[in-house]
Design a binder for this molecule. Structure first.
Ligand code: GLC
Length: 564
């Protein structure tokens, strides 16, 4: 009898926890706002944004309608790569605040029913991290094998171990005299890669993950997760006909980075990390990975050999895709094919590394509104980079004046050549301070302070305060779309069907439906008025103020609620 009672209890308990965890899919429906903390809002007049600044702007983010926030790194760092070079994973960098402020930030985010995604840089540390200092001091210290050390080639051992290049383009091995060996860096030389074949390293990093989970973070954005493992036999990379990388293939200076990025082992790593995350429930904690590569390959991060891995990976193709209805349709078809349920695509048009989204559409606000419409109404998790909602442009900053480590690494490249590159080589250009108002320093910092990067020159017109008041602004387009997406289940979690046969090649058309209701989204991605056949439904949103039922205006996008 007693046994029966306990089995019944067990059954009830496991059934309810099962129901809870399957329902706990907030991350699939969420919308994410990316904050680059240095440039968001400065409250202590040092010209650099801080955690307190983020707290003070949470109402803004919430009122816009975002449900989650990803904050670029703010733990202790020499700031050579502005936080992506970590010297202490568990301390808050004093530039941004302290642990008390961080605790309040978590509380304030959660009080608003929002989620916090922490930027986790696991691939490498700063060369100023105590681990690296110890590891590099000799060949036989306790951390000697924590990084990827190899003997050089040639008689004197001064030739690099192989031909690999880093993501930035330089040779990926750095000589260290104390060990008379080379260490590997997938990014810049001051960011040595950790050796994840060493069980102690993995354990130390997974414990850091638990440390932040215990502090209440709801998930992680995983910095260059594509670089976490390398081919251990150090095979040379094959040549490639291409000079520069693309969003789908990592080619670096005529070399295809086959053996130092996107290794099979990295997919297995993702499944192990998922186990760590699964130790925590209510809410479900999530993992979103940063990786370049074909969707068909990088989806292995999410599911490998039947095992769950990351919840999502950034699909960077959208950033550089041409603004063209057929191209967008093909891209979305690909995303939805590769990331069919239970996987889910992500939708990204910009971040702190890439030329601003509006600069890719000739500064056209009308086109930017259509991008927002696609991002917030197709199937997937949208990530919006701070300022994108305003149509904030890049600021032109010559390579030689760059504070960005990639700009510094490229400082010898003549400016005219840098200008030919499809992507900015000086990431300062897309990281300039947020434009809050038409006041001095665009309201980003005290009028007497010196912002760490220049302010967009058109800030008197392009700023939050102005756009909040203008019902036709890009900002208000985001706000309306975010509100619709949140309140209409078909838009945040319904199925997605492209209407390939819709009457015009310049119209992107798709349907979202959840069984209860169906919505048709039409985007006229051309500068011509387009006649459309009568739609059996009601317009619930348009990017334009006046819309006729039989026509789409140039660059007009519309959502129809279809009659059942
Ligand atoms: C990622 C980050 C970038 C950083 C690099 C090295 O690509 O987004 O800002 O410089 O990794 O950590």
């Amino acid at each position: 009898m007693k046994t029966l009672f306990f089995s019944l209890l067990f059954f009830l308990f496991s059934a309810s926890s099962f129901a809870q965890s399957t329902a706990d899919d907030w991350w699939k429906k969420t919308t994410v706002y990316q904050i680059y903390p240095r440039s968001f809002y400065d409250t202590n007049a040092d010209g650099i944004g801080d955690l307190e600044g983020i707290i003070q702007k949470l109402d803004y983010i919430q009122q816009l309608g975002f449900e989650s926030i990803w904050i670029s790194p703010f733990t202790q760092s020499p700031q050579r790569d502005f936080g992506y070079d970590i010297s202490d994973y568990t301390a808050i960098d004093s530039v941004y605040g302290d642990t008390v402020t961080f605790k309040r930030l978590v509380e304030e985010i959660h009080r608003r029913g929002m989620h916090l995604i922490f930027d986790m840089v696991m691939n490498h540390t700063s060369d100023q991290h105590a681990w690296f200092k110890e590891s590099s001091s000799s060949k036989d210290n306790p951390k000697a094998d924590w990084y990827i050390w190899k003997d050089g080639r040639g008689k004197d051992g001064l030739k690099r171990p192989n031909n690999w290049r880093s993501m930035v383009g330089d040779r990926a091995w750095q000589y260290h005299p104390a060990r008379h060996q080379f260490y590997y860096h997938g990014f810049l030389p001051f960011q040595p890669d950790l050796n994840y074949n060493n069980a102690e390293v993995k354990k130390a990093m997974f414990d850091i993950v638990r440390f932040w989970l215990d502090k209440g973070v709801d998930g992680f954005r995983l910095d260059i997760i594509s670089a976490i493992h390398e081919d251990s036999t150090l095979k040379n990379n094959p040549p490639s006909a291409k000079l520069l990388p693309s969003d789908s293939k990592l080619t670096i200076f005529f070399q295809y980075a086959k053996n130092n990025f996107l290794q099979e082992q990295s997919f297995g790593f993702a499944t192990e990390l998922r186990q760590v995350i699964n130790e925590y429930q209510s809410p479900t904690r999530v993992l979103i990975g940063e990786s370049h590569g074909e969707e068909s390959l990088i989806k292995n991060f999410c599911k490998k050999d039947g095992k769950d891995g990351l919840h999502g990976v950034f699909l960077f193709k959208a950033i550089s895709e041409k603004f063209d209805a057929r191209k967008y349709a093909k891209m979305l078809a690909g995303f939805n094919h590769e990331f069919a349920d239970p996987l889910i695509p992500t939708l990204v048009f910009g971040n702190h590394d890439r030329t601003r989204s509006i600069d890719r559409v000739n500064s056209s606000v009308a086109k930017a509104k259509l991008k927002a419409l696609v991002q917030l109404t197709t199937r997937g998790i949208p990530f919006v980079y701070n300022g994108e909602e305003l149509g904030m442009p890049n600021v032109r900053i010559p390579l030689k004046e760059g504070k960005d480590a990639v700009a510094i690494a490229n400082s010898k490249v003549p400016q005219f050549l840098a200008d030919l590159s499809p992507e900015t080589l000086n990431r300062d250009e897309c990281r300039t301070p947020m434009l809050w108002s038409d006041q001095a320093n665009a309201g980003f910092c005290d009028s007497l302070a010196q912002p760490w990067l220049p302010i967009v020159s058109t800030y008197k017109t392009i700023n939050v305060a102005n756009q909040l008041q203008d019902s036709t602004s890009l900002l208000n387009t985001y706000r309306k779309l975010l509100t619709l997406r949140k309140s209409i289940p078909a838009l945040n979690s319904g199925s997605f069907t492209l209407k390939k046969d819709f009457n015009d090649k310049n119209i992107l058309a798709y349907e979202r439906t959840d069984g209860e209701a169906s919505y048709l989204v039409l985007l006229n991605m051309s500068k011509k008025v387009k006649e459309i056949e009568p739609i059996n439904g009601t317009t619930i949103f348009t990017t334009h103020s006046d819309s006729s039922t039989q026509q789409l205006q140039p660059y007009e996008g519309r959502i129809f609620q279809l009659e059942n």
